[in-house]
Design a protein around this ligand. Structure first.
Ligand SMILES: N[C@@H](CCC(=O)N[C@@H](CS)C(=O)NCC(=O)O)C(=O)O
Length: 232
């Protein structure tokens, strides 16, 4: 496989710098994980805006990269063995970039598995559950009369927030040192504000989570990554 010739996504989103890592994304809580990680590591990359409209994420060109029609996705023209590597799923992208750059993924085995553990906690718990909370509390699902789905996701979000609050006792970052686990988790804590759901999950009663998110948002690379690619 050669890049860009063997990658149909480039027909619609052509690279200006084919030697650089290509990011296909939109600044949502999942999308910014990849852009923040790229900003933190300093790896040269080129960002392409893929909106969440069907015309983009369900286009044949994007599906050729991610058959699951979701951002973010990347192509590294200089992947393992010098071959191009295409990758989707933000957790896999974070692990890959951590390993490629030797940054933000500890090399000590115990610390490494702690970081991966919290990354998985976000991928399998916080992300899907908070996402459903957003749907049932703010978006189309908020019009559904049956209160049970809404209550279910509010209660689960509260429970998950308590888990994070407890885990942050005596530490600045979720797995000890700043890592890919924080880049996965903190954007989802931030999303509670976007969903207008802070009060309903008792955000202010979680002072360690509040301080943790402030600490994350204070990082210059995070501020840059939150707006890549620009929405407009
Ligand atoms: N598990 C995936 C989830 C990605 C995801 O849900 N992306 C959303 C935006 S935050 C998306 O692309 N939605 C478009 C769609 O579902 O049509 C990951 O972590 O990469």
């Amino acid at each position: 496989m050669t890049f860009p010739d063997d990658f149909p996504i480039t027909h619609r989103w052509p690279p200006q710098h084919p030697d650089r890592l290509q990011l296909y994304s939109f600044p949502t809580p999942n999308g910014v994980k990849a852009s923040i990680m790229l900003e933190e590591t300093g790896l040269p990359y080129e960002a392409h805006k893929i909106t969440l409209s069907d015309a983009d994420v369900k286009s044949a060109e994007f599906l050729s990269l991610n058959p699951n029609n979701k951002i973010p996705a990347i192509i590294d023209p200089d992947g393992p063995g010098g071959q191009p590597l295409a990758l989707f799923e933000s957790g896999a992208i974070l692990i890959y970039l951590g390993e490629k750059t030797g940054q933000l993924l500890p090399t000590d085995p115990a610390a490494r598995y702690q970081a991966i553990q919290w990354l998985m906690f976000q991928m399998g718990g916080v992300g899907p559950l908070f996402g459903q909370l957003g749907f049932f509390y703010k978006f189309a699902g908020s019009e559904i009369e049956d209160p049970r789905p809404r209550e279910r996701y509010i209660n689960e979000a509260r429970r998950l927030l308590n888990v994070v609050e407890t885990a942050l006792e005596g530490r600045d970052w979720i797995a000890g040192d700043y890592s890919i686990a924080d880049i996965a988790l903190a954007p989802w804590l931030r999303a509670l504000d976007f969903y207008g759901a802070r009060d309903v999950v008792g955000w202010a009663d979680h002072p360690r989570c509040v301080a943790y998110l402030d600490r994350f948002l204070d990082r210059p690379a995070v501020q840059r990554g939150l707006n890549i690619p620009p929405r407009d």
